[in-house]
Ligand binder design. Structure first.
Ligand SMILES: [Zn+2]
Length: 297
């Protein structure tokens, strides 16, 4: 019945009424479907990227300033190889999977086999607060389903008990049916009663996308996941895919190749092309421009 309804992409931040639990939830159907429409992704690769994008947006909401950046990097021995996603506090995100074409048999639950597509490997979280050194932390992937790996990261690297759910569901025509996620964290003052209540509520949750197929908003998702809690919603923020690539930045990439290499490109190809890995935009640099560059070097 919700099939034809326009669903908005946004993220909410919330606190339990007793302020012992903080929570984030989002829905990102349009954002992930835009990747599908504008780029050539298989459902398995898009599910893996979509989950990571959702995680990065939820985690990015904990940054402090507008210019801070959060990066999630997943490196595995599966056919996807690498997933790289960057988000910020403004709800902007960009990301890609090294291999967008992965096709595998479904797993034993008859779901897309994201775990096998990623394989065994590592999750690296980079928080760049604009200081000299960014904060970098790497943990082993424990399930390669993304959500469990995020939970494990928070337990291991930040000693913060966290529950995370992420999902991407497709329609028969392979367009996005529902996608989003939640992140719930116990604050240091959380009491046993709250912890038990939350565990009980989470036990009843089998799939984020099952909830998102039924419910329209991140608020409803959070109310379902945190059943029995009074929730105070603090913020509502739009989320969108935003790439920061430009003609100038592409030129810098070519410049960094050095004089010899550029002369080689002129000789061999007569022009240069820089493809943005994040948004797939192509930038073409003519022979004249390349020669100008060589003269500047
Ligand atoms: Zn781009």
């Amino acid at each position: 019945m919700y099939q034809d309804k326009e669903r908005k992409d946004y993220l909410v931040r919330a606190l339990s009424a007793d302020k012992m639990i903080r929570a984030f939830a989002l829905r990102s159907d349009n954002l992930v479907d835009e990747i599908r429409r504008t780029r050539d992704y298989s459902p398995t690769s898009l599910a893996a990227l979509g989950r990571t994008i959702n995680a990065a947006l939820l985690m990015g909401d904990m940054l402090k300033n507008d210019d801070d950046l959060l990066t999630l990097q997943i490196n595995g021995d599966g056919p996807i190889r690498q997933i790289l996603v960057t988000s910020n506090l403004k709800g902007e995100v960009k990301g890609y999977a090294s291999n967008p074409y992965v096709i595998l048999e479904p797993n034993s639950n008859n779901h897309l086999n994201v775990s096998k597509a990623i394989g065994k490997g590592k999750l690296t979280v980079i928080k760049d607060y604009g200081l000299k050194e960014p904060y970098v932390s790497t943990v082993n992937l424990i399930s390669s389903e993304v959500a469990e790996d995020i939970t494990y990261y928070y337990a291991k690297s930040e000693q913060t008990p966290t529950a995370c759910g992420l999902g991407v569901a497709f329609n028969h025509d392979l367009s996005i049916k529902a996608t989003g996620g939640f992140l719930i964290q116990l604050l240091p003052n959380a009491n046993e009663e709250d912890i038990d209540k939350l565990e009980e509520s989470l036990k009843a949750i089998h799939s984020v996308t099952d909830i998102l197929k039924e419910k329209d908003t991140p608020e409803e998702l959070l109310k379902t996941v945190m059943k029995g809690f009074d929730i105070e919603f603090l913020e509502r923020k739009e989320v969108k895919f935003k790439c920061s690539c430009s003609y100038e930045k592409g030129l810098n990439t070519i410049r960094s190749l050095g004089k010899e290499e550029i002369l080689d490109i002129i000789k061999k190809d007569g022009q240069a092309e820089v493809d943005c890995a994040f948004c797939n935009k192509k930038y073409i640099y003519s022979k004249d421009e390349l020669e100008k560059l060589v003269n500047e070097l």
